[in-house]
Design a protein around this ligand. Structure first.
Ligand SMILES: [Cu+2]
Length: 508
């Protein structure tokens, strides 16, 4: 007889998104606490039904058990440490150890119970976005229920007659900006026509994280960390599909900005919104879908064009990490205004004496540190000296790693770091220079730091050109697809385990 602990261990030992999924499509006949048996993954059920489980890269699936005729899930609202990219660990608020929280997948018609524990230092409430359920279960704090106090618990239970891409989120507005959201998929009773071979969901989030501060400033109106499923490029995980697969991508947005998500190399149709499936008569060809705040967008396409295709938010500043948070130098050589303080540059009036429309609050070039920065501080972002740059290149040619820059690929750096070979000498005479030159793309490559099966055999140096809300759809021939799946299968289970599982002692 398997106990609750085995249930959890089995589920997460396999992790990797698919673990909790197959039984979603089986009849809910399990006894309470029974393990989801991974040896009997009901592929046949999936094939016959035409429904595939939804993969949420970088986000685990939330396991469930049958209890009292309902699928029972357990979410814990809590502070989390989230690694946006290697070395960038920030303090967010989320669920079950991460932000966004784990993915819930159920079937249309299911009875669902979700136990929500509040481990935050303040009240919270869970809203089921778009769910047509009794108002007592809606999670609107103060109107449909009392907020869940710190240390408290609320049990939500309802029957779901809808189908589509939904999500759950804290209904405390500032908590939303700390990361408190998760994907909630309701699979239709009958597969959509046409059925897809691959189905992915990606949550779009944004955070304002000032330099040297690991806590997002939820008051800001401008954001410098943009994420897909809690990761910023190049730490996002590419979506792996087979050539000729029909693919569905589901995007969910809960932030302060709308995100135009663009796919390279393919034409898609928008088949669903946060309200569910859209009629075929609305399916016009597109390659960009604007995902508004609080909206979801499902798009579908046939992956008929082999290659590693970018999929990304097309707002230019959303294709960058740590935008403008330069410490010191901004331009390569000559002086340039550094911009006003971080607070003012991000649109916050801080009570400093002065005229709101004066220089101190005007538009600015980039953002200073907020400490000692002024409008006229000259800065430069080139190498500290030509001498040091030459040393760096010399070290590169001898295959030596530069100290203090672990993981950076200095082998790629030659010719672009200080511009001698690639940039014309007159570059500084060109009004507007530098634009992307200051980002030093090749130097910023970190292929090794973000190495994972899904990145297998990407073009060397690719990671220097992928930031913010950006990843790949890799449309692969069968041999390459199989190779990557084999590499994934070899991954150590530890690596795939969901953080925060020690919290799951509820009901044991
Ligand atoms: Cu965007």
């Amino acid at each position: 007889m398997k106990n609750r602990r085995d249930f959890l261990r089995n589920t997460f030992g396999l992790g990797a998104g698919l673990a909790a999924v197959p039984r979603l499509f089986a009849a809910p006949t399990q006894a309470s606490g029974e393990s989801m048996d991974m040896e009997h993954m009901s592929h046949a059920t999936q094939r016959n039904s035409g429904i595939v489980s939804v993969e949420t890269p970088d986000v685990p699936q939330l396991p469930w058990r049958m209890s009292g005729g309902a699928k029972e899930f357990h979410l814990i609202a809590e502070p989390v440490k989230q690694e946006l990219m290697p070395g960038k660990i920030v303090n967010l608020w989320g669920y079950n150890g991460r932000a966004p929280g784990p993915t819930i997948q159920v079937n249309q018609g299911d009875r669902v119970r979700i136990i929500v524990d509040n481990h935050l230092p303040e009240p919270t409430s869970m809203h089921w976005h778009g769910f047509e359920i009794p108002v007592e279960m809606d999670g609107a704090p103060g109107s449909s229920q009392d907020p869940i106090p710190p240390g408290g618990c609320f049990i939500y239970e309802f029957t779901l007659h809808q189908a589509g891409t939904f999500f759950y989120h804290s209904h405390m507005a500032m908590q939303e900006m700390m990361g408190m959201i998760g994907t909630f998929i309701m699979h239709p009773k009958k597969a959509y026509d046409p059925p897809v071979d691959k189905d992915f969901a990606i949550i779009l989030q944004e955070f304002a994280i000032l330099p040297n501060n690991p806590i997002p400033n939820s008051m800001n109106m401008e954001f410098n960390w943009l994420t897909f499923n809690g990761k910023a490029g190049p730490a996002t995980t590419p979506l792996i599909v087979r050539l000729k697969d029909r693919v569905r991508l589901r995007f969910i947005n809960l932030g302060m900005d709308h995100h135009p998500i663009h796919l390279h190399g393919h034409t898609f149709v928008v088949t669903g919104t946060e309200g569910g499936r859209q009629p075929k008569t609305t399916w016009g060809p597109k390659n960009t879908v604007l995902v508004g705040v609080a909206e979801a967008a499902d798009v579908e396409f046939v992956a008929n064009n082999p290659g590693d295709w970018m999929v990304h938010c097309h707002l230019p500043h959303h294709m960058m990490n740590q935008m403008s948070s330069t410490v010191g130098p901004l331009t390569r050589r000559t002086g340039m205004p550094a911009g006003v303080s971080m607070e003012n540059g991000m649109g916050m009036l801080d009570g400093t004496p002065g005229v709101p429309l004066g220089d101190d609050y005007g538009s600015s070039l980039g953002r200073g540190m907020g400490v000692g920065s002024t409008n006229d501080q000259p800065t430069t972002n080139g190498p500290l000296s030509q001498e040091r740059a030459k040393q760096a290149v010399a070290a590169t040619t001898q295959n030596q790693e530069m100290p203090r820059m672990p993981g950076m690929q200095h082998g790629q750096m030659r010719g672009t770091q200080h511009g001698e070979e690639q940039l014309p000498e007159s570059a500084n005479q060109v009004p507007g220079f530098p634009q992307d030159a200051f980002m030093e793309g090749p130097m910023m490559a970190m292929d090794k730091m973000v190495d994972k099966p899904e990145n297998y055999r990407l073009r060397p140096g690719w990671s220097g050109f992928m930031q913010g809300m950006m990843t790949f759809v890799r449309v692969l021939p069968p041999d390459m697809y199989d190779k990557i799946m084999a590499l994934k299968a070899q991954q150590s289970p530890n690596k795939q385990q969901m953080p925060g599982m020690e919290h799951h002692h509820h009901g044991s």
